[in-house]
Design a protein around this ligand. Structure first.
Ligand code: TRP
Ligand code: ZN
Length: 886
């Protein structure tokens, strides 16, 4: 059960576009305004005297003029909520002054030593940016602009320094003292305190600084690199969590080996530390040599984590490890280049997971995430290119567009040149820019030069927002097929007109009589272009965008029997699942918009049922793939498909259509689904086939529940009671939570009682109820927000309850508007505590423009209510104002 960005969509409406800027409107930062910093900071020394409520920081910065920048008579040291206790230049007091949060220090010479002292209260840091307290330990989060909450510093990614850090603290409270790089000395002060000194030999930007002090234990196992270097790998957790760290450690080793083999990248320190913390704004952070992780992406054992959780741990561990090269050795010049490290690193972690657990299923999952989270973003008021042109708060740009579409854009380059040439391009990129802060343009240039391809037009993918649409038409001419493709990139905020972009499409022309055509790659370069392709036989069926080579929407109306053919026979497993999705999308959008004649509707339903039946019967499929073929498109994705042109999405109609189809499938295939459930239930947990079996088991339950709730309740209760693993237990409970049945309450209570001491599992308990199909979800969510275990101070808990709720289309889009009100109330309550997390709820309300007018008005009214509350954080102000402007 993962938290993805929730649904929604637009309509026209004036807003703040013409309004005068309010006095506290945060400034807009523009990519075109980039200037090199006038000073270099080759060395930094930090001296921490640690305490949970009082920490003293003395910073010594060695600065020298940057010959490649304009001359300046001062240095601007960024600060956020800090007051300098003392500022010395070369040991003497100077005439510094504050400008907003920043400290401006006069500097006349060529090189200087600046000494600045600051004091902070980590226990008061509820934003979880900078140095903060979590469960009695101290830890940091500096990306993107958290370092300036610790000390005054040029807090921008193009200022690279070598850090030496001394930390001193209470021995009992903080027996373990960690920082980036290597520990070079440690000692006991004899007064109950102790100290450690750390040195990181690799120059790094301030956002990669990290420090941890706490009562932790490590699961430790060395890794020997390809050149024979022995790296100590540690996973640091609280003592009670140690038994659940093996999977993370093994994943780290697998990632280290894979990066050597596939990208030729070796680790570059003798120590790799990972620390798990339970209060964390995001998934994890790639600080040099000292990754800090959300516990959710470290801890896993079969009793408390699902198979999907295991995969997520492996994927995030790999992601942060891969950043050591794509992010740390080569970092970003400025935050507009964020996709340089994030898009590339997401691609690398996706390819790793494909290799670890099978290409087809992983690709299907990644495309599902892209469609559920990124397509709506690209179609709404918050749309932005993977390399944005402006922002007010950079935290708002850690988006599915920068991460996931960014990965797709690099994947397209790889598809066009092939694996070997792509590797040559990557090698050139790392060789050219090692130790530098680079740009997306430099990445593209390196691929261009190293792989030998002209990417001039392809660069548009970095500057144009919006999901391209490709309309397909075909004509048979003798023994050839003439395929005509037309592309259009829709207008997005600030970008009314778009240019055509190169779109690589892998395709094959099959014959519906059974002959499969050969796969080829074409690149659609123009707005409209035709391709002459050989026929494999009569009745050609085009299998297009196989493997999802391009992040586009294919527009075509294929005959139902063509889609049924592809779903059953295409030789590309991804294309098979696509055909089924296409079949279901066309049917469900038709039903929801009331445009289907009754016989059409019956025929569509029958075709989908037949396709499901053949997926159930096909013995050549493994259960992992079978599971993918039995999943209907998400409601979020259906909103996107319904809201085209002038048509708006109707969440109520979509939900009813989708549930109706599930019920029809469950009724028609009840026997087969029960047989599948029984077969899968007989597979033991340790069996290699166990994973796939667990996946189809719960999918089958969900379909049965739609048709026969009482039968499903009994089966789910039995699955729950027999479960020897979290995947089965959570799956069963999810189905039960959605049913108004006697089995529900007891199992929910049992689950809570069993796991009440495990925060990550209690999160599941909140999420299950917030995501459920139960008619009273809204009341449940209101009651859960009053539960003693609920708190706005822990981001995992807020996401477990409210982000899950915002991703429950039926409840969130309740016609009364109560769902919208709950989310707006959370934004208002959370904004003063943790603005970064609060702002992440705004997109759910922001998609009002593509929703039917009744709900759109209610959503918009909530956004206006938030805006009117005043005193918003930069994060929330930016997201709400953009959402109102559209
Ligand atoms: N760089 C991190 C990653 O993708 C993301 C991240 C972690 C982050 N914590 C953050 C981004 C806090 C912004 C704010 O791996
Ligand atoms: Zn990342």
């Amino acid at each position: 059960m993962d938290i993805t960005t929730p649904p929604i969509a637009p309509e026209a409406g004036p807003a703040l576009a013409d309004a005068a800027p309010t006095p506290h409107e945060p400034p807009v930062i523009r990519r075109e305004d980039y200037r090199p910093f006038p000073w270099l900071v080759p060395e930094v020394r930090l001296d921490f005297t640690l305490g949970l409520t009082h920490t003293l920081v003395e910073a010594q910065l060695t600065v020298q003029r940057n010959a490649r920048a304009d001359r300046a008579e001062t240095i601007r040291l960024n600060g956020d909520g800090l007051a300098p206790l003392g500022v010395l230049v070369d040991g003497a007091p100077v005439d510094w002054h504050m400008d907003g949060g920043d400290c401006i220090v006069p500097l006349r010479g060529e090189t200087h030593l600046i000494t600045i002292t600051t004091a902070i209260d980590p226990s008061a840091n509820t934003q979880l940016m900078g140095l903060y307290a979590s469960n009695g330990m101290l830890c940091t989060q500096c990306e993107a602009e958290g370092f300036r909450r610790i000390t005054f510093f040029p807090d921008r990614p193009d200022v690279l320094s070598v850090y030496r850090v001394r930390m001193c603290g209470d021995k009992a409270a903080f027996p373990v003292l960690l920082c980036n790089g290597n520990k070079i000395a440690e000692g006991d002060n004899g007064d109950g305190t102790h100290w450690a000194e750390w040195h990181d030999p690799w120059p790094k930007p301030s956002y990669l600084f990290a420090l941890v002090a706490g009562d932790l234990v490590a699961n430790s196992r060395p890794f020997t690199t390809c050149s024979g270097r022995v790296v100590t790998c540690n996973i640091w957790v609280r003592k009670e969590d140690l038994a659940r760290t093996d999977h993370a450690l093994e994943s780290l080793h697998r990632a280290m080996k894979w990066d050597e083999e596939v990208f030729g990248r070796e680790y570059d320190l003798d120590l790799y530390n990972i620390v798990a913390v339970s209060d964390f704004n995001m998934g994890a952070m790639e600080n040099k040599g000292l990754n800090i992780f959300n516990t959710k992406y470290v801890l896993a054992d079969p009793d408390t984590a699902t198979d999907a959780d295991f995969d997520a741990v492996e994927g995030v561990i790999a992601h942060e490890y891969f950043h050591n090269w794509s992010g740390n050795r080569v970092t970003c010049r400025d935050w507009f280049q964020l996709s340089l490290k994030e898009g590339f690193t997401v691609l690398r972690d996706q390819l790793f997971s494909q290799d670890m657990r099978g290409e087809a299923v992983k690709r299907i999952e990644d495309v599902r995430i892209l469609r559920a989270a990124q397509f709506p973003e690209d179609a709404g008021p918050l749309a932005h290119p993977i390399r944005p042109d402006s922002y007010r708060e950079i935290s708002n740009f850690y988006t599915a567009t920068v991460y996931n579409k960014g990965a797709e854009v690099i994947r397209m380059m790889r598809s066009m040149v092939g694996e070997a040439r792509f590797r040559a391009g990557c090698d050139l990129y790392f060789a050219r820019h090692d130790g530098e802060a680079a740009t997306c343009e430099e990445f593209v240039k390196a691929i261009e030069d190293g792989a030998g391809i002209d990417l001039s037009r392809f660069r548009l993918w970095y500057s144009q927002a919006g999901t391209p649409r490709v309309a397909v038409s075909q004509e048979v001419e003798g023994d050839r097929l003439r395929l005509t493709l037309r592309q259009s990139v829709p207008p997005t905020p600030g970008q009314p007109h778009k240019q055509p972009m190169p779109i690589p499409l892998r395709l094959a022309v099959h014959s519906r009589r059974g002959a499969l055509g050969e796969e080829r790659l074409i690149v659609l370069e123009e707005a409209e272009q035709s391709f002459d392709l050989p026929l494999a036989g009569p009745d050609p069926v085009v299998s297009i965008n196989r493997g999802f080579t391009a992040p586009v929407i294919i527009e075509r109306t294929l005959a139902r029997e063509d889609l049924v053919f592809l779903a059953a026979h295409d030789d590309d497993p991804f294309a098979r699942s696509e055909a089924l999705q296409e079949l279901a999308v066309a049917h469900l959008v038709g039903v929801a918009s009331g445009t289907l004649a009754p016989d059409e509707q019956a025929a569509g339903e029958a075709a989908i049922i037949a396709a499901f039946a053949s997926s159930l019967a096909d013995n050549a499929l493994d259960d992992a793939m079978r599971g993918e073929l039995l999943l209907l498109p998400s409601e979020t994705y259906l909103f996107e498909a319904m809201a085209v042109g002038e048509r708006k999405a109707d969440p109520g109609a979509i939900h009813a259509a989708r549930e109706g189809l599930k019920a029809a499938i469950g009724a028609a295939l009840g026997g087969e689904l029960r047989a599948l459930h029984a077969r899968a239930s007989a597979v033991a947990r340790e069996d290699p086939a166990g994973r796939g079996a667990r996946k189809v088991k719960t999918i089958a339950l969900g379909l049965i529940a739609a048709a026969d709730p009482a039968a499903a309740a009994a089966l789910a209760a039995a699955q729950y009671d027999a479960a020897d693993n979290m995947t089965d237990r959570q799956g069963a409970l999810m189905v039960l939570a959605g049913l108004d049945c006697p089995e529900r309450e007891g199992r929910l209570a049992d689950f809570y009682a069993r796991y009440r001491d495990n925060a990550l599992v209690v999160d599941k308990w909140f999420s299950l109820q917030a995501l459920s199909l139960h008619p009273q979800v809204i009341d449940h969510v209101r009651a859960l927000a009053e539960h003693p275990d609920f708190t706005l101070r822990n981001p995992n808990r807020v996401r477990a309850l409210h982000m899950a709720f915002a991703g429950n289309p039926k409840a969130f889009h309740a016609p009364s508007g109560e769902g919208y009100r709950i989310i707006a109330d959370v934004i208002l309550a959370l904004d003063p505590i943790n603005p970064q997390t609060a702002a992440r709820f705004v997109p759910a309300l922001g998609r009002w423009q593509r929703i039917e007018p009744g709900r759109a008005a209610l959503m918009r009214a909530e956004l206006e209510r938030i805006m009117a509350a005043g005193k918003l954080s930069r994060d929330t102000f930016e997201q709400v104002s953009r959402s109102l402007e559209g």
